[in-house]
Design a binder for this molecule. Structure first.
Ligand code: F6P
Length: 490
């Protein structure tokens, strides 16, 4: 807030994302609020609260239409309103083409190395264009002046920056791409690659989590567009304007407000062990994610299988609690993964378990933040073995909840978080024996070593928190604005 006041006085902050921060659902005649399982939402929400911005998103809840005024605007959070949520309504057809189709059947597998083939349909791309235009119209409607700061979020809106630029040439548009950017050879298979790049280069700044993804993006532009690339202070000049390309590693709020006021770690452990019928002397590993093929859930179960084969003395003593929030359930790839996970766990538990002992507990349902916090605090080990991930905020959340300075994090080398959380046990998720070795090492790690590692990781998350993430983008935006003002004055 201070930074905005000093560096960007009077600037209106507008956030645009597909996912809304509070879904209003109608349950038994009452409006119930649900915070979606989304790293994007957990990062952006505290920032938008702090700068009292306007958040534009797709309104998907069953009660949305009942809770808004005529302008489709609502103040949130409901208990302490601090910013305006402006909902954009999408028809089933629009959602199918833009969200399920181009964004999630096309761009999502294109950008993640998970060996799921992207599906590109011209009709989906048309709908993606139309929905991006719809959001551009709403941004223009919400802008109070010619120079808002627009924070465009993620791969749902690759065309939006250019569309906003055409209508609001003086806006400062910061686009953050929350997922990896592939190398230029992979990117080249997208039939609309030039349009995607042209759309994104309507931004003043494009941010990725890590330098590697910035390099991949710059290489893609170099290969497919006539542009000038500056490698010193990395920027791309194209169609007469310049876009900065920078890494901004996303993070979580610190202190982690959503996880405060929770019982102590020992009490969480007692509650979770009681809830799932675990004996006191058992060991608990936890995984928390959306049911998504990029998260490596099946691979992790296979690693556990190898681990049990090599270390049979752990059978009966170790339980893996996997929260797998339903996600994108209308897409074939997700339905297939869900079936595979259910079948695998069923067979695994028959093989290693009995009536009283289920080595894998698969919770394929939505859990709120409090429940998730209890699981984090109860676990001996948290496993984040994504096949590919831009950042992965579960890793940071786990660390943030462990104020007892205990617990071991096993982290995929293919998650952006592995560049920061160097005290995790870093693994290749494709190598089950490496994951198994990390499990064994974690289970045998002395409390002192856990404390040292956890302390250092907590310090990283504390200092590289989400306000620093947003702050560095806004500082760069202020720098750009000043540079442009000086240029215009000459
Ligand atoms: O972090 C990537 C991301 O796609 C976010 O954009 C999104 O909020 C999250 O994963 C969950 O996905 P979805 O919004 O499709 O449920």
């Amino acid at each position: 807030r201070q930074l905005l006041a000093s560096e960007l006085p009077d600037a209106q902050v507008i956030v645009v994302s597909n996912r809304e921060p509070y879904i209003h659902n109608l349950v038994d005649g009452k409006v119930k609020l649900l915070v979606p399982a989304s790293g994007l939402v957990s990062a952006l929400e505290p920032v938008t609260r702090t700068c009292s911005g306007t958040w534009i998103a797709y309104g998907g809840g069953s009660a949305d239409r009942l809770t808004v005024d005529d302008n489709d605007r609502v103040q949130v959070p409901p208990d302490r309103p601090s910013y305006m949520l402006r909902r954009v309504w999408l028809s089933d057809e629009e959602l199918q083409g833009y969200y399920c189709g181009f964004a999630n059947d096309g761009l999502w597998p294109l950008c993640h190395i998970a060996f799921t083939r992207p599906i590109f349909r011209a009709s989906d791309f048309e709908m993606y264009q139309a929905v991006n235009q719809k959001f551009a119209d709403v941004v223009v409607e919400e802008a109070r002046n010619e120079r808002p700061i627009v924070l465009v979020q993620d791969y749902h809106f690759a065309l939006l920056p250019r569309m906003i630029r055409q209508r609001l040439p003086d806006a400062t548009i910061i686009t953050f791409w929350h997922i990896p950017w592939p190398n230029s050879e992979v990117f080249s298979i997208c039939p609309w690659r030039e349009k995607i790049l042209d759309g994104l280069l309507g931004s003043s700044i494009i941010g990725f989590h890590i330098q590697f993804h910035c390099n991949n993006f710059t290489e893609s532009v170099d290969r497919f567009l006539e542009s000038r690339i500056e490698r010193e202070d990395p920027s791309i000049t194209y169609r007469g304007s310049t876009t900065l390309v920078h890494p901004y590693p996303i993070s979580i709020e610190w202190p982690p407000v959503g996880f405060q006021n929770q019982p102590k770690a020992s009490e969480c452990r007692r509650q979770i062990f009681e809830k799932y019928g675990l004996a006191e002397d058992m060991w608990l590993c936890a995984g928390v994610e959306r049911l998504d093929y990029t998260k490596g859930i099946l691979d992790r179960f296979m690693a556990l299988d190898q681990f049990f084969q090599k270390n049979p003395d752990w059978v009966g003593r170790l339980v893996f609690l996997q929260i797998a929030a339903p996600s994108r359930g209308t897409l074939a790839a997700y339905q297939q993964l869900h079936r595979q996970c259910l079948d695998y766990v069923d067979e695994f538990n028959r093989r290693y378990g009995n009536d009283r002992y289920k080595p894998i507990i698969l919770l394929d349902e939505y859990h709120n933040q409090e429940d998730i916090c209890r699981v984090y605090r109860a676990a001996d080990i948290c496993v984040v073995s994504s096949l590919h991930d831009g950042m992965n905020l579960v890793a940071k959340e786990f660390v943030a909840t462990r104020d007892d300075e205990q617990g071991v994090l096993i982290l995929s080398t293919f998650a952006g978080a592995s560049r920061e959380l160097l005290d995790a046990l870093i693994v290749n998720p494709y190598d089950p024996s490496a994951v198994g070795e990390a499990l064994l090492r974690g289970l045998n790690m002395p409390a002192e070593e856990q404390r040292d590692r956890m302390r250092r990781m907590r310090e990283v998350v504390r200092s590289n928190n989400v306000y620093r993430w947003a702050g560095s983008m806004l500082l760069d935006a202020a720098r750009l604005r000043k540079r442009n003002e000086a240029y215009e004055a000459t």
